[in-house]
Design a protein around this ligand. Structure first.
Ligand code: ATP
Length: 435
């Protein structure tokens, strides 16, 4: 059963995962701030992506390109001319809506009036600003609406300096900005967000094979990190949905509380991007294949995922409620690799003799993992809080510890408790917390 949307949003706010941006000023719509736990969860999602896409692969390298780029980039990529949505405005309440997202193209979703829409206008989604002190058309720059173009324009720099031969990939994680007409569903669609994108360059006749390879790899990534298989699907785009340059696109979709929606798009982009930049810049961006002594444009497979959106999906998927001793227990069954806190060290009371053991233990464990040393409230409430934020282990120092030099380690999912010798706690956790 999918988790209730409001429940997740409330938990995210209550526990400090996500705050509305500029809250003390009434909030800025469609921008969010990640609190201590949210920042950790988001970072863990990005780290897992990087590990799987870059660190564990011989033929994929990383990049961190600038958000501000030459405006020529966005002319070449087609974003200046056509990165736009059809917009209609209701003449009754002045609300603007995306025509392609309306259930009924005649009816305003805001005031309910029919037949009051203006003719659709194309609205470009890129944020424009000016570089330098003069606000003139010559100084226009855009906040990047995707990280991908930063990769294409560095194709030759990276290939040469990293001495890469086909097939190879360039990966990057970073902020993107889109002036979305209909942001919403919490952090699902925002105007500032983070993406995790990789461009995989290959010989043209191998592109279909690599496309299928990456569909499989990317689907497995979500499953390996514990996403429920029934909530995940690959949906191939129909012919009418395909971009003009794409010979195949599939979306990884998640069963959100409002229905299936996109987490990631995986596209076979052919040689469109490199050719477009070569044409506009006048630089030869063809690949030289030494063994066959020929030059050609590689084809590209692009798995493009949203880091913030995916983090939200992991949060929804992990949420569970269960009845324990006639009480409802809320537990985030996050994969331990994603959990913001890996273990909580909890002295049974604030008595100095317990704190003298728990504080140094927490400090010792902190060298390897994110640890919370929580000394407030009754122990039951502290367990409940750790369950709610997805902490895999609670390590309790009690009065028996003074006698037996051992602590109780409680497992989040089974609630089973093990008595573990103080000098074995690190080993115990290391066996159960994967990298
Ligand atoms: P959508 O149709 O959902 O707006 P898209 O097809 O335009 O997305 P892409 O351009 O393929 O998205 O971007 C790749 C990924 O970046 C998306 O799958 C999504 O995870 C993320 N993404 C795109 N736009 C946003 C946004 N406004 N807010 C949060 N994440 C986004």
């Amino acid at each position: 059963m999918p988790a209730d949307f409001d429940t997740i949003v409330n938990l995210a706010k209550k526990r400090g995962f996500v705050f509305q941006s500029s809250e003390i000023y009434g909030g800025l719509r469609s921008a969010y701030d990640y609190g201590p736990l949210g920042a950790a969860l988001l970072r863990n999602v990005k780290d897992q992506w990087w590990r799987s896409m870059v660190q564990l692969r011989d033929n994929v390298v990383g990049l961190d390109s600038a958000i501000l780029q030459s405006p020529e980039v966005w002319v070449a990529s087609g974003h200046v001319a056509s990165f736009s949505d059809p917009l209609v405005e209701c003449t009754n309440c002045n609300t603007r809506s995306r025509l392609d997202k309306l259930d009924d193209p005649e009816q305003c979703p805001s005031c309910g009036m029919r037949g009051k829409f203006t003719d659709p206008k194309l609205f470009n989604l890129m944020f424009r600003t000016h570089m330098g002190p003069v606000e003139s058309e010559e100084n226009v720059v855009y906040l990047r609406p995707e990280t991908a173009q930063g990769i294409f324009i560095n194709f030759e720099n990276v290939r040469r300096t990293a001495r890469l031969t086909l097939p190879f990939g360039i990966a990057q994680i970073g902020k993107s900005f889109r002036n979305e007409i209909t942001p919403g569903q919490f952090v699902f669609r925002t105007r500032e967000f983070e993406q995790m994108e990789m461009e995989f360059f290959c010989a043209p006749d191998e592109s279909q094979q690599w496309f299928e390879y990456w569909l499989d790899e990317r689907r497995s990534w979500y499953l390996d990190l514990g996403m429920t298989a029934d909530n995940l699907r690959l949906r191939p785009h129909g012919k009418d949905e395909l971009s003009h340059y794409s010979s195949g696109t599939s979306d990884v979709e998640y069963a959100f509380p409002w229905g299936w929606d996109e987490l990631e798009g995986i596209a076979n982009r052919s040689d469109f991007d490199l050719k477009a930049h070569a044409d506009r810049s006048g630089k030869d961006l063809r690949y030289f294949d030494q063994p066959n002594n020929e030059r050609f444009y590689p084809h590209v497979i692009e798995p493009a995922a949203g880091a913030t959106r995916t983090t939200f999906a992991f949060l929804i998927d992990a949420y569970a409620e269960e009845i324990v001793n006639e009480d409802t227990r809320v537990v985030l069954r996050l994969d331990p690799r994603l959990s913001p806190v890996k273990a909580a060290v909890l002295p049974l009371s604030k008595k100095p003799e317990l704190m003298e053991i728990s504080a140094p233990l927490a400090d010792r464990l902190r060298h390897r993992w994110e640890i919370e040393h929580d000394v407030t409230q009754a122990i039951g409430r502290r367990y409940r809080r750790q369950d709610e934020i997805g902490t895999p282990f609670c390590v309790t120092v009690d009065f028996d510890t003074l006698e037996d030099q051992a602590v109780t380690v409680r497992d989040r999912d089974t609630m089973a408790q093990d008595r573990v010798s103080l000098d074995k706690v690190e080993e115990y956790l290391a066996e159960r917390l994967p990298a």
